[in-house]
Design a protein around this ligand. Structure first.
Ligand code: OSB
Ligand code: MG
Length: 377
């Protein structure tokens, strides 16, 4: 039973060790919305909202999420008894369209609470089977191919099992060519365009086909499922969709139309674990491999991603880099680490999300805080 009597919202600011540029914008500091969910039975657990500062990757932002959680979503849970996190999902969906990242922060937090209540790990609660998950790195757009090559080589030396490079018009074919030539030929390499192209760019993009990329992620607009299918028909390289896959039906559409052959699952983007697991299952049934994407999460959001990636159809390395890739110091103990084979351990022997939150550090980083409680009659 989930019986939330208080939800604490906090905004923290965490500076990235190096700015992260994608085709639609650049980030040098993350504004992160953290939730602390308090259950009436005494259990508490943390969750993280993955929305960014601006609506470039998705229509949501940290500020729209704060508003949606306070005004529409949290009141549906506070002071109520809900049987399961799946029921929480249904309650949050009813007559609220969109706002997936806001919903996900609450819904995933409820999975964390239930794992705590049952004294099991989040991974075990959802049926995760792996003890370690394979990790890739996502490298932001650099000023020139040489800077990109330097970072890609360092990543290979660190043990990463997949190299993803961000691309945009003007920083694409020559950048990917330079990395392909600099790395061992067996390296799993891919490019992520974050919707920077249109179908008019198809001839240009086809130049990427000679590099043997394991996939190209989200070349076209999020709503362009039909155009992605047209592009996929011309491309040997599998298309992977990220922004486009916002729910189970979009994933089924992708499969039916042939808009892509691989799915990047980000639980925040799809409204939480309930839908993420359903997308995982639909893809498994159709032999579509999935992998877990990232949103530059702190160690709290990372805990959810690592647990999710322990499900069996997560067949490709996730964007699950260790804490030190992003931050001078994370907000969790222990911090997330990766071994020299590019594997991150799933904390299956620990209850809940499997990491502790460094409360003093969070207090230091907090710029805004609000306690949400059940309305009193
Ligand atoms: O498209 O996967 C993306 C970060 C912010 C917004 C979109 C994306 C990303 C990443 C980061 O690629 C991956 C990571 O968290 O390491
Ligand atoms: Mg992406």
């Amino acid at each position: 039973m989930i019986n939330l009597n208080r939800i604490t919202l906090r905004e923290i600011r965490l500076r990235l060790r190096e700015p992260f540029r994608i085709s639609s914008g650049v980030m040098d500091e993350r504004r992160i919305l953290l939730l602390e969910l308090h259950d009436a039975g005494g259990v508490t657990e943390w969750s993280e909202c993955v929305a960014g500062e601006t609506p470039n990757y998705s229509p949501e932002t940290i500020d729209t999420c704060w508003f949606a959680i306070r005004e529409w979503l949290a009141p549906r849970l506070l002071g109520k008894s809900v049987g399961t996190p799946e029921a929480v999902h249904d309650i949050l969906e009813r007559n609220v369209s969109g706002h997936n990242m806001a919903k996900a922060a609450l819904e995933m937090g409820c999975y964390g609470v239930v794992a705590r209540q049952r004294n099991v790990s989040l991974a075990n609660l959802i049926g995760g089977e792996r003890d370690r998950v394979a990790t890739g790195i996502s490298i932001g757009i650099q000023k020139d191919p040489e800077a990109l090559v330097t970072r890609a080589k360092r990543a290979i030396a660190d043990g990463y099992r997949k190299i993803k490079v961000k691309i945009q018009p003007g920083s694409d074919v020559e950048f990917v060519r330079a990395v392909r030539q600099a790395l061992p030929p067996s390296t799993d390499l891919m490019a992520d365009a974050n919707s920077a192209y249109t179908l008019d760019d198809a001839d240009h993009l086809l130049a990427l086909d000679e590099f043997g990329l394991i996939m190209i992620e989200q070349p076209l607009h999020r709503d362009d499922l039909v155009r992605h299918a047209q592009l996929q028909r011309r491309f040997k390289t599998p298309i992977c969709l990220d922004e486009s896959i916002t729910d189970v039906a979009r994933c089924e559409d992708m499969i039916a139309l042939g808009s892509g052959r691989i799915v990047n699952i980000k639980p925040g983007r799809v409204g939480g674990f309930t839908t993420a697991r359903r997308i995982h299952d639909v893809c498994a049934k159709h032999s579509v491999p999935v992998w877990c994407g990232g949103m530059l999460e702190s160690g709290v959001g990372r805990a959810y991603n690592v647990s999710l990636a322990s499900l069996p159809n997560f067949l490709l390395p996730g964007d699950l880099s260790p804490s030190a890739r992003y931050w001078d110091r994370d907000i969790v103990t222990p911090e997330w680490t990766m071994d020299e084979h590019g594997m991150v351990a799933v904390p299956r022997a620990l209850p809940g999300i499997g990491v502790g939150v460094d409360r003093d550090r969070v207090e230091d980083l907090t710029v805004r805080q609000e306690d949400l409680r059940a309305a009193t009659a």
